[in-house]
Design a binder for this molecule. Sequence first.
Ligand code: PLP
Ligand code: COI
Length: 359
Amino acid sequence: MTIMSIDVSPIIKIERTQHSRINEVDFNNLPFGQEMTDHMFVCDFKEDKWQQPQIVPYQNISLDPSSKIFHYGQSIFEGMKAYKDDNGKILLFRPLDNQKRINISAKRLAIPELPEEYFMEGLKTLIKLDSDWIPTTEGSSLYIRPFIFATGNGLHASPSDEYKFIIACSPSGAYFGGKVKVLIEQKFSRSANGGVGYAKAGGNYAGQFYPTNLAIEKGYQQVIWTDDTTHQYIEEAGAMNIFIRIGDTLITAPTSDRILDGITRKSIIELAKDEGIKVDIRNISINEVVEASEIGTLKEMFGAGTAAIISPISGFGFQGKDYDLPEFENTYASLLRKRITDIQYNRTEDKFGWRVEIK
Ligand code: PLP
Ligand code: COI
């Protein structure tokens, strides 16, 4: 089996914990993103450069109340996972894409870009150190959260001169318990042309909470975002990209200023094509989806993202009416979920070269 590998750099200063918390964690009942591993990677940006990177015991951080993160929200993050195969090999999935994307986000939020090796070596060294925390129970993995935020002081509304880059990890189970029922949103927008929707900026998520709470009050679990200009076109599903199957064609919106260029999305597109499934990357209107539902050609809808992998949608609400999706075996969602997780957990050949082993 071909697995790409990367080397470890010696530049990181490591302080190991004296008190591992690993025995306090129930690895058979892992929630998503609640338990944190023993260590974290930290690197500060000061005096115009990224400083000596370190790995330290997972701990609180202390910040001046005038730190710019609290006032102007200069913060970005990534989401990725580490997997352990049946032989104990540790694997990442397309990590260079996360490294590139954090710098795309950094640029948009006026945050200094990270040198590639700080991201990759930090990640690799931290995961090796906390490798006992990678869960092996079915459906679980080590969720990895790299993030950068503004630590410079002062209330002037201008970019910070100091930042902190942290990588923290959490052994995690499934993000959603089962199928989700979604509400197509036409009043609120997640993002706008010229905005920050394509970046993984913390504020993008804060802005989703209120409309999502309103949807939850009405009995839905997630919001389907539509374009901010006409609210006629379907764009994303909460913190996931969206796929819609009409007949035997899989449709997903093209990426834009408003949509996150998801790594799961682009992998699913390639895997679907590899399966001989017709994939259309085009704008898809709510009318088309409603009509397809009414005439019975709407077969599946699912969200795709690192945390949720592939999350099937059971039905959607639109303008006061609920539309159910059909239940059947051998869905594209289950086929593509198996294809992607088999690659991630090293259960199959990886002809795309997406897996990276950490040695
Ligand atoms: N869209 C949004 C808004 C997200 O937050 C995410 C999650 O990361 C995704 C899509 C899926 O992206 P990826 O597959 O790279 O995790
Ligand atoms: C991910 O899928 O990794 C994300 O970043 C979504 C997150 C908000 C849980």
